[in-house]
Design a protein around this ligand. Structure first.
Ligand SMILES: Nc1ncnc2c1ncn2[C@@H]1O[C@H](COP(=O)(O)OP(=O)(O)O)[C@@H](O)[C@H]1O
Ligand SMILES: [Mg+2]
Length: 468
């Protein structure tokens, strides 16, 4: 039966999407012996639509634990692996990534083993090197070839792959964000690959890109809490109710992994769409020509970062330049910061300060002819500068310029803002980077201090300043 199905399918431009989806259902029933649940079908449909349209969509799925994420991806992937070449006459390459190699491998292996042995033996080859496996499909001579690569997404793995048509990132919440952006995504760029980020929330946030994407809306987001899975499986319902007893319904564990609620006091400072709306490739032409600099001085292991703001507080402004200094002694830092302020013709400079007599602030005051203020970061002053910054950003009064020669700084600025957390302590808003290694917030503080410098110039209300 199984081999018959594959043999009846010949390349034909006559396949409609509806026909392809029906074929997927037939494949699931006859060759794998499994029926996808409706919410799994919905996701599988989205993947198939994007792949055949070569739309290059990013599909994000946030499902509760044990809802059948891996099964849904594996079945859809296997279907495309076998049938895409038969339908289109072209080869198909799938790259599967997980936080660890075993997860990437597990994704197809579980399903592969359900296929009948006689079918598996019909000319496929299989290699396993411990870091990656490749499955190359060559059942019909002269036909295009499919490849399936399961690769570890961990930071220690040296990963390098071919160009894929479809990228799967299983357990995305645990994949290292930098690895995802610099190593995994580029493997889909050449072929307009569809990529699927699937995972579950956890109390500890590691991959902010994934979290930010799950908070957006639209047809490419699939969000399914445990109650959706419980409708289709009694066994699953019983399992979750047990987990609920174990952790408690209001526990962080249960709320994040099953109800899919991010714990509120750890909310993000800004959402991805709100941040990206402020990104400009051309400098706005209607800015007031006044410049202000904010400087966040390094506390080990961070960097010193300076941001330059041009414009008018409460009206319109743009971050136009940034400087990051790492591992430079304080005397040299002062010289470089002086240059930065002078080149940008700063009118007011605000520097974070440890208190009266802060040596860096004093050196900058002596070195610069403009107004230089030290600002001690207390719960009260942080609350104020970040509320002002948030007001400028959410009301679309503050933009940031992607200067061609500052791309690296802009990328770091964006990464830090997307990970920045906002926590309430009583009435005060406290902003800080998450508790993960590699997390920084220097660009965020420098931006907040630059806006504060602009605010000082206008003398605009709330003169709370704890200046020293
Ligand atoms: N459509 C389905 N029909 C029957 N069982 C399923 C289906 N989807 C998933 N399962 C089973 O549910 C369990 C959890 O699935 P899995 O894909 O590992 O979930 P997740 O990746 O979300 O943790 C597995 O035992 C799997 O075989
Ligand atoms: Mg899984």
């Amino acid at each position: 039966m199984a081999t018959e199905l594959t043999q009846t399918i010949l390349p034909s431009p006559a396949y409609t999407l509806a026909g392809i989806k029906m074929l997927r259902d037939q494949f699931a029933r006859e060759m794998v012996g499994m029926a996808l649940r409706p919410y799994q079908v919905e996701l599988s449909d989205r993947i198939i639509e994007s792949v055949f349209a070569k739309a290059g969509d990013e599909i994000v799925a946030l499902w509760a634990r044990q809802m059948g994420k891996t099964e849904a991806l594996a079945l859809t992937g296997l279907f495309l692996f076998i049938f895409y070449p038969r339908i289109t006459g072209q080869g198909f390459k799938i790259g599967v990534f997980g936080p660890k190699y075993e997860q990437a491998q597990n994704l197809v292996e579980r399903m592969r083993l359900r296929l009948s042995k006689s079918w598996l033996d019909r000319g496929e080859c299989w290699t396993d090197t411990g870091m990656r496996f490749s499955w190359v499909w060559t059942d019909l001579p002269g036909q295009p070839v499919s490849e399936w690569h399961g690769i570890s997404g961990s930071k220690d793995a040296h990963i390098e792959g071919p160009s894929f048509d479809l990228l799967y990132l299983d357990e995305s919440q645990d994949i290292e964000e930098s690895q995802m952006k610099t190593a995994i995504f580029p493997m889909g760029a050449a072929k307009m690959a569809t990529r699927v980020l699937i995972g579950t929330y956890k109390p500890q946030v590691v991959n902010f890109y994934f979290y930010q994407r799950t908070m957006e809306h639209g047809r490419h987001l699939s969000k399914k809490p445990w109650t959706v899975g419980a409708e289709f499986s009694d066994e699953y319902r019983r399992y979750v109710l047990q987990e609920k007893d174990r952790y408690g319904e209001e526990s962080e564990e249960f709320r994040t992994q099953y109800s899919l609620n991010l714990v509120e006091h750890k909310a993000f400072f800004i959402s991805r769409p709100d941040l990206l709306a402020l990104r400009v490739d051309e400098l706005p032409t209607d800015l007031e020509d006044s410049n202000f600099v904010g400087i966040d001085i390094a506390k080990f292991p961070d960097s010193t970062v300076a941001e330059c703001y041009r414009g008018k507080f409460m009206s319109k402004g743009c971050l136009v330049d940034a400087l990051e200094l790492q591992g430079v002694n304080y005397e040299d830092q002062v010289l470089l910061l002086k240059d930065f302020c002078e080149c940008n013709r700063a009118k007011v400079v605000v520097v974070d300060s440890t208190g009266v007599g802060d040596p860096v602030v004093d050196m900058l005051k002596r070195a610069l002819r403009c107004r230089v203020e030290g600002l001690k970061l207390t719960l009260l002053s942080k609350d104020s500068i970040f509320k002002n910054l948030q007001g400028e950003m959410l009301n679309r009064r503050l933009f940031y310029h992607v200067r061609p020669d500052r791309k690296r700084e802009v990328a770091r600025f964006e990464d830090q803002f997307l990970a920045l957390l906002r926590e309430f302590r009583g009435a005060y808003m406290d902003c800080h980077h998450p508790e993960t290694r590699d997390a920084h917030d220097d660009y965020c503080f420098a931006a907040a201090l630059a806006v504060e410098a602009a605010r000082l110039q206008t003398g605009f209300i709330y003169d709370f300043l704890d200046t020293v």
